[in-house]
Design a binder for this molecule. Structure first.
Ligand code: UGA
Length: 434
């Protein structure tokens, strides 16, 4: 099939390259000329494992020719289906800002005036239930002069890609969710995903656009709440001197619970869980419903960094002293510091008058933008030198091998928020939930 993908962020570029890999002919449309130039040279500015290889395989001089990029919306006229992968940032009240995707939908609709016959549009961006039907479809209809279900279709296909493993998550999905409100749109979406379904046998969930939108929020809200629940139980374990990881291993054997997302600690961050949970809470409240459990999940998540610091307080007074923060990224395998728990940890240490020294193998520059006054070390060992305490915020593997590294500390107090450090008799070790 001929597919256009509007937006070249980590989702847009990943799906464009993966669709090309599945045999489709794909054009990726983006306003940023540098991004477009990179793709056309067989390269990408997005750091995702396996993505540079896929882009090189299908774009550029030595590629299969199945992937190209352009800044020109007219390119979508040569395609059957257009995926909208534009960002939906967050307002202060948690609700999502649709202005970028609305502008994209309008431009897409305007461009469609130049095409005769049917065109299918698929919303890939995460949007609250009803957005496709109530907001985006009317914009596309009025800009294109078309009628949904007659000569244009608007479907919704949520993404479940994790940062760092987006390519494998796409090519080996747990499920494929196709939301459509008419048969023709549904058929086009089935055709796009048929090669993936055939290759992987992944279950295909066919539903309407509103339900597809809700499935995305329910998925992320459930997982975030699962982590908050294991953190709540983990905090109880700590009070009783019980190891929450031993408990999690046991309850994870129950198929109804499953072993995944049971790692307790300093909580969840990133660009997805915090934003999506906030957005569905805001949407629920706008409909006069109080989502009690989701609000509690956020409240608990917000408190974990302070619990970590209180454990440190119980061993040392950090005022005027050097404290090492090990890990700045919201999870290992990424340089993304958005909503990282390290932010609250650094703020809490600064409020205590500590001299913070941060270390992360890849995320330092992103954290430096947020905290230019913090000292950043080149290695974990350097961060630990002369520190009265170390707090672990990201479970990078290299922290498991620090061993003697702690001996350069002024006081050997380590508070682990991710269960990654191997405690030795020489260090005073506190696990957040064990
Ligand atoms: C998440 C979802 O997992 C994806 O399915 C979804 O597509 C994506 O959001 C999105 O909406 O785009 P991601 O934000 O990349 O993916 O990160 P996760 O791997 O899910 O981790 C989220 C946070 O939870 C991290 O801070 C991680 O450290 C924390 N976490 C995860 C725990 O604290 N404990 C766990 O057991 C698992």
């Amino acid at each position: 099939m001929d597919i256009s993908v509007i937006g070249s962020g980590y989702v847009g570029t990943t799906i464009a390259a993966c669709f090309a890999d599945l045999g489709h002919s794909v054009v990726n449309i983006d306003v940023d000329a540098d991004v477009v130039e990179a793709i056309n040279a067989g390269d990408t500015l997005i750091h995702e494992e396996g993505l540079p290889e896929l882009v090189a395989k299908h774009a550029g001089e030595n590629g299969t020719g199945r992937l190209r990029a352009t800044t020109n919306y007219e390119a979508l006229l040569e395609t059957d289906v257009t995926f909208l992968c534009l960002p939906t940032p967050q307002y202060d009240d948690g609700s999502i800002d649709l202005s970028i995707i609305e502008t994209g939908a309008e431009q897409l609709g305007e461009t469609l005036k130049g095409k005769s016959g049917w065109h299918t549009v698929v919303v890939k961006s995460t949007v609250v239930p009803g957005t496709t039907d109530d907001v985006l479809t009317p914009i596309i209809e009025s800009a294109s002069g078309r009628t949904a279900g007659e000569d244009v279709g608007v479907g919704m296909n949520p993404e479940f890609l994790r940062e760092g493993t987006a390519v494998t998550d796409f090519l080996d999905p747990d499920k494929i969710v196709l939301g459509a409100d008419d048969e023709r749109t549904r058929r086009d979406m089935q055709e796009v995903f048929a090669p993936l379904e055939a290759e992987t046998g992944a279950p295909v969930v066919e539903t309407d656009t509103r339900t597809a939108e809700m499935i995305k929020y329910a998925n992320n809200a459930f997982l975030a709440t699962k982590v908050s629940l294991i953190n709540d139980l983990g905090n109880i374990c700590k009070e009783f001197g019980i190891d929450a990881y031993e408990v999690a291993d046991a309850i994870g054997l129950d198929d109804r619970i499953s072993e995944q997302f049971l790692r307790s600690g300093v909580g969840w961050g990133g660009s997805c869980f915090p934003k999506d949970v906030a957005a569905i809470i805001a949407a629920a409240k706008a409909n006069d419903y109080e989502p009690t459990v989701l609000e509690a999940a956020v409240e608990l998540n917000d408190k974990q960094p302070e619990r970590l610091l209180e454990l440190l307080d119980s061993h040392v007074d950090v005022e005027g002293e050097r404290v090492a923060v090990l890990g700045l990224a919201f999870k290992p395998g990424t340089d993304d510091t958005r909503n990282s728990r390290a932010i609250e940890v650094i703020e809490g240490l600064q409020a205590r008058g500590a001299r913070v020294v941060g270390y992360d193998p890849v995320a330092t520059e992103n954290m430096r933008e947020r905290f230019p006054d913090v000292t950043y070390a080149e290695s974990a060992a350097e961060a630990l030198e002369g520190a009265v305490g170390a707090v672990v915020v990201t479970d990078w593997d290299e922290f498991a091998a620090l061993d003697d590294g702690f001996e350069a500390m002024k006081e050997l107090v380590v508070v682990d928020g991710r269960r990654i450090i191997e405690p030795t008799p020489k260090i005073t070790y506190e696990g957040l939930t064990w």
